[in-house]
Design a binder for this molecule. Structure first.
Ligand code: CA
Length: 232
């Protein structure tokens, strides 16, 4: 499945190598040579994953990783750090700063792609192609098909992405802004009311099998997908 991946790397040859491999794998690639360019890109569109070089001119990759983790909006974006150093302390510093994984240079593109896949599966299951089932509701990302108790449920593309995100993050409350970032990739140019419109459509799509009750409104906070309904 296609993800938006930001590559922050100041060495043009390495940046190019990574970008080409990601594009070839079907991902959308954003590129930055330093932290300030990365900041600008992240403000415009929240990436699904960030590949971050440790040694950058000016502000270090480590400092950016720490900043991403302390910011509510970017806290959950997976980060893979690139480091030329193999020292144990650097790996520990990177992981403590909130990186999900690190790769030591030089690395093979094949290894990088495998690490990306593993991190996405762990941190952003809505971006993988794994089939997911909750209480008789089954979502198949490959076939783009939804069934409720064996019955095919017609659903629009945005509602499908929204439901995929919900089903892979059950029981957690998400604000409209968070849903815009996670599902639309954009909290700046899309109005929050848009979320309400698509929640309504999603519930409508889930009605035939009675799964609409799983999509809960949490007053004053946002929305939640619950896997277990209170028995009536
Ligand atoms: Ca570098």
């Amino acid at each position: 499945m296609s993800s938006t991946i930001l590559v922050v790397e100041d060495e043009p040859a390495i940046q190019e190598l990574i970008a080409v491999n990601l594009s070839f794998a079907g991902h959308k690639v954003l590129r930055a040579f330093d932290v300030s360019q990365a900041d600008t890109l992240i403000r415009a569109e929240l990436p699904d994953l960030i590949i971050l070089d440790w040694m950058l001119p000016g502000v270090s990759g480590l400092a950016l990783a720490k900043k991403l983790r302390s910011d509510e909006r970017t806290r959950t974006v997976p980060v893979i750090m690139l480091t030329a150093k193999g020292a144990e302390q650097d790996k520990i510093d990177g992981l403590e700063a909130g990186a999900d994984d690190y790769i030591t240079k030089p690395f093979s593109p094949k290894e990088l792609m495998a690490r990306i896949k593993a991190v996405l599966r762990r941190r952003a299951p809505q971006l993988t192609d794994d089939m997911i089932a909750v209480d008789g509701l089954t979502l198949d990302p490959v076939a783009h098909r939804l069934t409720g108790r064996g019955q095919a449920l017609p659903i629009g593309p945005t509602e499908f992405r929204l439901l995929h995100f919900f089903m892979t993050h059950p029981e957690r409350v998400f604000s409209r802004g968070q849903l815009l970032d996670q599902v639309w990739g954009d909290h700046v140019f899309v109005e929050e009311r848009t979320v309400d419109v698509h929640i309504r459509r999603l519930r409508k799509a889930l009605e035939p099998s009675g799964h609409d009750a799983h999509v809960e409104t949490v007053r004053g906070s946002g929305y939640r997908f619950t896997g277990s309904l209170p028995s009536k």
